[in-house]
Design a protein around this ligand. Structure first.
Ligand code: SAH
Ligand code: SF4
Length: 388
């Protein structure tokens, strides 16, 4: 006699439904095989979800009715919820997106002549606590699922579709430079990036999908086995002593190890013209003096790279200041004279707090670090509000 299994309630059925939004092309094929369907259905689903922006199986007219009903029972296509969107006077748009558990993340689209770069978050908060980063100051809550990561692209594409634009024209590049450290959420970030580059989904070229990391070396060493994308290294200092202060993970994986790993990543890529992007946030009197630029030039002398200088973006409670225009120019000139391509990133979306490193969302986390930050914020606010 077979044992009686407990009957699932309506709620457990819903919890067990598979969210198809974040499945990579390979995972989608495996899913269809696992439910006894032909694997070519995977391509049809990916096209409906990511090219057409469809989230209801009912609208998938090239699937038979029984298959649509089966999918309805077993699966969902669920994107995170948009709480609000903000348009900067320079055209930058920011979406605040609520993810399961109630925290909010942010995605930012920066339109420029002939291209649109979507800056995507990979985690709720970040555990790495770089001293100049607002996300880091919020503490860490959790990794985003692959559905929540690709969901940001899905939301932005759908938003522009609804305004009569085609997604391909609007989102031409994706950078994993929003909230979080992408290599700390490896599997989900890889699955989402595979969808970004999949022809039947967003079809972006590998040159136009960029992973930015502060240097999680063991994960960077594994990256080439999984995905071929452009790589940006958040360096910010050419010497370990200073980098230890700015980017604490440097104490674990110092500059020499990081550069070796980053170069090994691009060396394994088939395209010989590939270069690393080196990101260097310029903070007044901290890492922006001519000798810092000279040391950077020495460190990078044999590294195929371009350097992107990011003027520090201030956020409440940070004691750092942005480098002066003069210091930035001098720093750039030294690099250019040393033979590098060195650009200064235009600061975009400042009026809606959408600039690099300003993304903070609303992280429902009470790690000691974020609690300290909140306590400090509250005491500052009290001083500001105190009647005089
Ligand atoms: N965690 C990843 C990606 C997210 S941060 C990383 O650190 O690379 C994206 C970029 O913004 C990084 O280069 C980061 O160093 C930079 N950044 C963080 N805070 C900043 C700030 N306040 N001003 C300017 N750039 C900042
Ligand atoms: Fe995390 Fe990147 Fe911010 Fe550092 S700069 S705290 S790694 S998000």
């Amino acid at each position: 006699m077979s044992e009686l299994k407990p009957q699932p309630t309506a709620e457990t059925v819903d919890i067990e439904k598979t969210n198809l939004l974040g499945l990579s092309p390979v995972q989608m094929k495996e899913y269809f095989e696992s439910i006894g369907e032909k694997s070519f259905r995977a391509t049809q689903l990916i096209k409906w979800i990511h090219q057409q922006g469809v989230s209801s199986f009912d609208e998938m007219t090239n699937l038979s009715k029984p298959l649509r009903e089966k999918l309805e029972r077993l699966a969902v296509i669920r994107a995170p919820e948009v709480v609000s969107d903000h348009l900067s006077k320079d055209g930058t748009r920011k979406w605040i997106i609520r993810v399961e558990g109630g925290s909010c993340i942010e995605a930012v689209l920066i339109p420029e002549a002939g291209r649109g770069t979507l800056c995507v978050s990979s985690q709720v908060g970040c555990s790495l606590d770089c001293s100049f980063c607002s996300t880091g100051k919020q503490g860490f809550n959790r990794d985003l699922t692959s559905a929540e990561i690709i969901g940001q692209v899905w939301i932005a594409a759908k938003f522009y579709d609804s305004m009569g634009a085609t997604q391909r024209r609007v989102i031409t590049n994706v950078v994993m430079m929003g909230m979080g450290e992408p290599l700390m959420n490896f599997d989900n970030v890889v699955a989402a990036m595979q969808l970004m580059m999949e022809d039947n989904a967003y079809g972006l070229s590998k040159r136009r999908v960029t992973l930015s990391t502060s240097g999680v070396v063991p994960k960077l060493d594994q990256l080439a086995d999984h995905v071929d994308v452009s790589l940006a290294i958040s360096l910010h200092a050419a010497e370990d002593e200073l980098r230890n202060e700015l980017v604490p993970i440097n104490r674990k994986y110092p500059i020499a190890k990081l550069m070796e790993s980053a170069q090994a990543y691009i060396a394994r890529m088939p395209d010989l013209r590939r270069k690393l992007t080196i990101e260097y946030t310029l903070i007044d009197q901290v890492n922006d003096r001519p000798e810092h630029a000279e040391k950077l030039a020495v460190l990078l002398a044999d590294v195929p790279c371009k350097i992107n200088l990011i003027p520090f973006n201030p956020f409440p409670l940070s004691d750092y200041k942005r480098s002066s225009g003069n210091a930035i120019k001098k720093f750039q000139d030294i690099l250019i004279r040393s033979g590098f391509t060195a650009t200064v990133r235009a600061t975009r979306g400042e009026d809606i707090n959408a600039a690099c490193g300003q993304l903070a969302g609303a992280v429902n986390d009470l790690t000691r670090r974020s609690q300290r930050y909140r306590d400090r914020a509250e005491s500052v606010l009290k001083v500001v509000e105190a009647p005089n």
